[in-house]
Structure formats: C-alpha cells, structure tokens
Design a protein around this ligand. Structure first.
Ligand SMILES: [Zn+2]
Length: 227
C-alpha cells in the first residue's frame, strides 16, 4: 500500500489511474509516561493503511517530524520550525503535482495549532487539491468523557485499540492543563506531559473512534474520487 514500494513504471500506472494519494504526517513528541514518542505517527499510519485498503489509493512515506510547540521542552520531542516544515511539505506537494497527482489527502496525527497552520500554508496557491482529513472534525462527545487534549483519553483509547503493546498502562496518570489567562505562550508544562484524563481510556472507545474516523474519511475520499 506504500507508494514507494512501487517501481517507477508501476507508479506511472498508478498516477494515471488515480491521480490521488494519501500523505500521513506524524511527530516525534512526548506523550506522557505511558505512550511512545511515535504516537502521532503510529495513529496516522494506521489510518492511512486502512483508508488505502478501502479506496485502492497508496500512501506516501510518513513525514515523521512536525512542529511541536507546547511540548518542545520535554526530552524526546524533536520539533522542526514552522518555515522548514511548511517549505518541506510544499516541495513534496509541488513534486506530486509535477508527477500528475491532482488530489492529496493529508492525515496528521499531530494537531498542534502551528503545525496545522503550516500544513495549510504549505498548500496555499498550489494548483493541486490538498485536503486535510482532520481528526478534530470527527464527533467524539458520545464516546469519550473528557475533552481531547494531549496523551489524553482520546489518544490513549486509540492507542489501546491499535497498539495495545505500546501502552504502558501502569504508567498512566491524569493531569489537568494549566493555561494562564490571556497568555500567548500556549500550554503550560505538566509534570508527566499528559494534558487530560487518559485513565478513562479503553480499547472499546478506541475501536469506536477509529471506525468512525475511517468511515468518515473513506466516504470523503470516495466522493472526491467519484468511486
Ligand atoms: Zn499526539
């Protein structure tokens, strides 16, 4: 399902047939005591794989680094600058366009404000349709009890469903975020790096969320491709 497993001849055929591709984006970022740095990438990859199975599309190798502002002081978070990320992504989009790709479906596991802005900026004024399949637009209120933040009930539930062996359940702690009123600095640090209530997470919730995400994105892609 990975585009780069094709030969160039196969890639040529694929592009001619679909003119569309999926691009997952992740991060290397702290996710509390209980989740790996790869959490955002792990989730994005699984969504990409599942969508490829259902639509026939291929996915590009993941962009493994993102713009991580609020977590950048934790050991293990590897962040790139807004400009570097935007330019790098823009170059990829331009190259895809030159290849004959007309529609790019981006799935980002990382959802920081600056990171998402950089994705939007990267695709500005390009003669190619770029869609951000945004996890934040999928309804969750009836599934999880607490607001999605970071390494929270939402993310931990997805990880418990998709990668149970990667979750250190005995290390789960809940921490409230403390945001100074009117502060422009973003989230304040918590001790664990958790912002939210992962203790409420379970794999059943993760399964419902994952299936809902896939269904919604699958419908959107099929509509766009008219298949
Ligand atoms: Zn995350």
């Amino acid at each position: 399902m990975r585009f780069d497993n094709l030969t160039w001849k196969e890639a040529e055929e694929y592009i001619k047939k679909y003119k569309a591709i999926i691009l997952p984006i992740g991060s290397v970022e702290e996710h509390g005591y209980h989740l790996p740095l790869s959490t955002d990438s792990d989730i994005a990859i699984r969504i990409a794989e599942e969508l490829c199975k259902r639509t026939g599309l291929k996915y590009l190798p993941i962009i493994p680094y993102g713009v991580c502002i609020s977590t950048r002081d934790y050991p293990g978070t590897i962040s790139v600058s807004f400009d570097s990320f935007r330019n790098f992504l823009r170059d990829i989009l331009i190259s895809l366009k030159n290849n004959g790709i007309r529609k790019v479906f981006i799935i980002s596991g990382h959802l920081g404000d600056s990171h998402i802005s950089a994705i939007k900026e990267a695709s500005r004024d390009l003669d190619i349709d770029v869609f951000l399949l945004d996890l934040r637009e999928i309804p969750y209120e009836d599934v999880i009890e607490t607001k999605p933040m970071h390494a929270c009930e939402y993310e931990t539930s997805l990880m418990l469903y998709l990668y149970p062996d990667k979750v250190k359940r005995d290390k789960i702690v809940d921490e409230e975020i403390y945001k100074k009123r009117f502060s422009v600095k973003g989230l304040r640090k918590t001790e664990s790096g958790v912002f939210g209530t992962p203790s409420r997470a379970n794999s059943e919730k993760g399964k419902i969320l994952f299936e809902r995400i896939i269904k919604s994105f699958e419908e959107f892609i099929k509509e766009e491709l008219s298949i």
